[in-house]
Ligand binder design. Structure first.
Ligand code: NAP
Ligand code: HSE
Length: 413
C-alpha cells in the first residue's frame, strides 16, 4: 500500500485526487500496489465543505508528516511554506512530488541533495510543460545527446492570451480573466504575464539539459504586457505570429537564455501551438530536433504528470536521485548573432527616423504608413548582433523627437 498526502486542493490538487480515485485498479494491476490518499492539506477548510473528498481534508500540517505517509505531493504553490514542508518531508524520508517551478527553480539543488542524502526521490515533471512528459525524456531518453538548444512555448496562460487576442480579437484583460477562470494562471498572474514563470521553467530545463546551474533570475525575461493589436497586424502582413518563447542555447563556454515575445513564421511548428498548449523543441547532437507538445496547464493535464511521477517512485524504489550541478552557468543575455528584429518607434519626425534606420542597418524594410500609425515608424531590420542594435536604439532614444521604442526578435527558422 502506498499512502499519499497532498499539500493543496486547488486546480492541481483536485485533479490529482480525481486521477488517483479513478485509476486505483489500473495502478494496482500495473505496479502491484494499492494507492490511497491519506489526507489533503488546505488553508481554509470551510471553503471546501461541499467537496467530494472533504473527509480527507485537514488544515493541520502535522497530519501530512504522519509515519504512514510514503509520498508527499506538493501542489500548494509559492515558496513559503512549501519549501519548509518539502524539506521536512524529505528529512522524514518521504518521497516528494511537486508541480512547483518556483520552488525547484529557487531551491532545486538543495532539495535534490537533501532527497539524495535521505535516500528518497524528489520528482517534478509537472513543474515544466504541465501535462507534457519532458523532464524524464530529457534526463533519460536523450542522455546520449549533447543538448544544443531549447526553443519553447512554456507558459499556457500567455499563449492562451496571445491566441485569443490574435484569433478572436479578445482584449488582453478579457483573455487573462478567462485563463484565470480555467485554472491556467498562477495565484499571482504577474508571474505568467511578465515572463517569470517561463523563465523559471527555462532555468529548470536548461539546468538539466546543459548540466550547469542556469539561475532563473539571470535570464533576460520580458512578458507580453507590452504587446498590442497593432503588433499582431504588422506581424501578419509579413507572415509572422507573435509567441512568448523561452530560448536557450549552449555556445562554447556560455549559455544564451531569454524569455521574450518573438515573431515566428506563421508556417513554423511553434506558430501552430494555440491556447494553453505548450511546445518544447529540443535539439540534440545525435537526435536532431525533437518536439514535445501538449497541454501546458490545467487540472487534469498537470495531474497526469504528477500521477506519472508517483508511479515512477513506486516502480523505481532504488533509483539514483537526480542532482543539479552547482557550477553556475555564464549567461549571455543578448542574442549576438546576425538576426532580424521588428521595431516600432513613436516619433514626431518620421523622415529623420527612417533615414537613421536605413543608415544604421544594411537591410531595412519600412512598413507603409497607415492613418493609425502616422506618429510612428515600423520596420524590420537586420543587425549583426543585439548589442549593436541596442547601441543604435540608445542613440535614437536620446533624440528629442523620439517618444518610445519597441523591439521584438524575429525567428526565421
Ligand atoms: P491553486 O488552485 O491556487 O491551489 C492551491 C492550493 O494550496 C489550495 O487548495 C490552497 O488552500 C492550498 N494552499 C496554499 N497555501 C497554503 C498554505 N499556506 N497552507 C495550506 N494550504 C495552502 O493552485 P494550483 O493552480 O493548483 O497550482 C498549484 C501548484 O502547481 C503551483 O505551484 C503551480 O505553479 C503548479 N502548477 C499549476 C498548474 C495549473 O495549470 N494550475 C500547472 C502546472 C503547475 P485553500 O484551497 O484552502 O486556499
Ligand atoms: N501558470 C502556468 C501556465 C501553469 O500558465 O503555464 C502551468 O505551469
Amino acid at each position: 500500500m502506498a499512502s499519499i498526502a497532498v499539500l493543496g486542493y486547488g486546480t492541481v490538487g483536485t485533479g490529482i485526487a480525481e486521477l488517483i480515485n479513478k485509476n486505483k485498479e489500473r495502478f494496482k494491476k500495473f505496479t502491484g500496489e494499492d494507492l490511497k490518499i491519506s489526507n489533503i492539506l488546505v488553508r481554509d477548510l470551510e471553503k471546501h465543505k461541499d467537496k467530494k473528498d472533504y473527509e480527507l481534508l485537514t488544515d493541520d500540517i502535522n497530519h501530512i508528516f504522519e509515519e504512514s505517509v510514503d509520498i508527499v505531493v506538493e501542489v500548494m504553490g509559492g515558496i513559503n511554506p512549501a519549501y519548509e514542508y518539502v524539506k521536512k518531508s524529505l528529512k522524514l524520508k518521504k518521497h516528494v512530488v511537486t508541480a512547483n517551478k518556483d520552488l525547484i527553480a529557487e531551491h532545486g539543488k538543495e532539495l535534490l541533495d537533501l532527497a539524495d542524502k535521505n535516500g528518497v526521490t524528489l520528482n517534478f515533471e509537472a513543474s515544466v510543460g504541465g501535462g507534457i512528459p519532458i523532464l524524464k525524456p530529457l534526463m533519460e531518453c536523450l542522455l546520449g545527446n549533447e543538448i544544443i538548444s531549447i526553443n519553447a512555448i512554456l507558459n499556457g496562460t500567455t499563449n492562451f492570451i496571445l491566441t485569443k487576442m490574435y484569433q478572436e480579437n479578445m482584449s488582453y484583460e478579457e483573455a487573462l480573466k478567462l485563463a484565470q477562470n480555467l485554472g491556467f494562471a498562477e495565484a499571482n498572474p504577474d508571474s505568467d504575464v511578465l515572463g517569470y514563470d517561463a523563465a523559471r521553467k527555462l532555468s529548470i530545463l536548461s539546468t538539466i539539459a546543459f548540466n550547469e546551474k542556469v539561475n532563473w533570475k539571470n535570464i533576460n525575461a520580458e512578458g507580453i504586457t507590452n504587446i498590442d493589436t497593432e503588433d499582431f497586424k504588422y506581424a501578419k502582413t509579413k507572415g509572422y505570429i507573435i509567441k512568448l518563447l523561452g530560448i536557450s542555447k549552449k555556445e562554447n563556454d556560455k549559455i544564451y537564455a531569454s524569455v521574450r515575445p518573438v515573431m515566428v513564421k506563421a508556417s513554423s511548428e511553434l506558430a501552430k501551438i494555440d491556447n494553453e498548449i505548450n511546445a518544447i523543441i529540443i535539439e540534440g547532437d545525435a537526435v536532431g530536433k525533437v518536439v514535445f507538445s501538449g497541454k501546458g496547464a490545467g487540472m487534469l493535464p498537470t495531474a497526469s504528470s504528477v500521477f506519472g511521477d508517483i508511479t515512477d517512485i513506486i516502480q523505481n524504489k532504488n533509483k539514483k536521485a537526480l542532482k543539479f550541478n552547482e557550477k553556475e552557468a555564464v549567461l549571455e543575455k543578448n542574442w549576438n548573432h546576425n538576426s532580424s528584429w521588428f521595431l516600432r518607434i513613436k516619433t514626431a519626425d518620421r523622415i529623420n527616423v527612417m533615414s537613421s534606420l536605413t543608415g544604421y542597418f544594411k537591410n531595412c524594410y519600412i512598413f507603409a504608413n497607415t492613418s493609425s500609425t502616422s506618429e510612428e515608424v515600423a520596420a524590420i531590420i537586420e543587425t549583426p548582433s543585439e548589442d549593436f542594435l541596442n547601441l543604435k536604439l540608445e542613440e535614437l532614444s536620446s533624440l528629442n523627437y523620439i517618444d518610445e521604442i519597441k523591439k521584438l526578435a524575429i525567428l526565421n527558422n
